[in-house]
Design a protein around this ligand. Structure first.
Ligand SMILES: Nc1nc2c(ncn2[C@@H]2O[C@H](COP(=O)(O)OP(=O)(O)OP(=O)(O)O)[C@@H](O)[C@H]2O)c(=O)[nH]1
Ligand SMILES: [Mg+2]
Length: 300
């Protein structure tokens, strides 16, 4: 049977090869951690998109010890990766029963924000929740249309106002949700405006509307990152983190990506937990992130 773990295993198989298989293959037969071996290992970790800092920290740890042998490198990596994920925080999406739960979704264009909204809408609808999408991307011509299609597909309701100020769309969504007892608001945002400054301004404005009108109901500020962007994704994340107070990351397009090590780099460098993983374009292709299972799938 094709169960959840099998699916995850095939999803991260390319990452497992580049991050674990290649390193273990190059190191485990060596007699000792010579400078040559350590350099090689560092290069492999970096090229698997673990991030320069994390890679050199790991190699440094090995350099400064003499207990762990090259034959144990797999166990060493496994422990370090798991520790890093656990340190970044619980991967469980925050939700409070009986209250309004607002999810603010941000990310660069094409990262998969609107698709994630569709998937989350579907997930919450399946759980019997009353769900409202706030179509806060009023910049791109087809964006609201796309949000509308996802709302119909998932059975969620939507607030959309052609070319309106996104902050006012979100304000309206909050009022409606209060009046009509919604459980969930999913706030879509634009990924591209005339320039990065405008985008960050707009995101702050939307965020301020939520902070002012529903400070206790903002459950998560989610940054959507396309797994294929690798280290670029990390730089993007920093810019967003400086602008809006992020609480977690949703990693999309992990299906087929060899750069899933970005999960670890995000945890290490930004100390943000990955909570959701997109593994395809369909409504059902969303998984809750689970550190232990992710590590098990990588180290099979
Ligand atoms: N394979 C795969 N494709 C995905 C996934 N998530 C999104 N996509 C695809 O990525 C493309 C962009 O997705 P959108 O949801 O429109 O991205 P966005 O961030 O809303 O883009 P903008 O609104 O332009 O900023 C679409 O073709 C999606 O089908 C995923 O988990 N796996
Ligand atoms: Mg979009």
């Amino acid at each position: 049977m094709f169960n959840f773990f099998d699916k995850l295993k095939s999803t991260v198989s390319k990452t497992a090869q580049s991050l674990v298989g290649n390193v273990v293959g190059a190191v485990s037969e060596e007699e000792e951690f010579s400078e040559f071996v350590l350099d090689d290992m560092e290069d492999l970790l970096i090229s698997a998109d673990l991030g320069v800092n994390f890679a050199s920290e790991l190699v440094d740890k090995l350099r400064k010890q003499n207990k762990i042998k090259p034959s144990q490198v797999k166990e060493f990596l496994r422990n370090e990766f798991l520790k890093t994920l656990e340190f970044a925080g619980s991967p469980k999406l925050n939700y409070k029963d009986g209250e309004l739960n607002i999810y603010f979704i941000a990310g660069v264009n094409g990262a998969g924000k609107t698709t994630l909204i569709g998937k989350l809408a579907y997930k919450f609808k399946q759980e019997g929740k009353k769900v409202l999408i706030a179509a806060g991307d009023t910049f791109r011509a087809a964006a609201e249309e796309q949000a509308d299609i996802w709302s119909k597909r998932s059975g969620a309701d939507i607030v959309r106002r052609d070319k309106a100020d996104p902050a006012s769309v979100v304000y309206e969504a909050i009022q409606k949700a209060r009046k009509e007892n919604y459980d969930v608001i999913l706030v879509d945002t634009a990924g591209r405006l005339q320039n990065k400054y405008n985008l960050m301004e707009e995101l702050s404005k939307i965020k301020n509307v939520i902070d002012k009108n529903a400070p206790n109901e903002l459950r998560e500020s989610i940054l959507v990152i396309d797994a294929n962007t690798g280290q670029n994704g990390l730089q993007q994340a920093q810019v967003f983190k400086d602008c809006v107070n992020l609480t977690c990351v949703a990693l999309t397009k992990l299906d087929g990506s060899a750069k899933g090590a970005i999960v670890l780099a995000i945890a290490k460098e930004l100390c943000l937990p990955v909570k959701l993983v997109g593994v395809g374009e369909k409504m059902e292709d969303l998984q809750d992130f689970n550190s232990q299972e992710f590590i098990n799938a990588l180290f099979i």
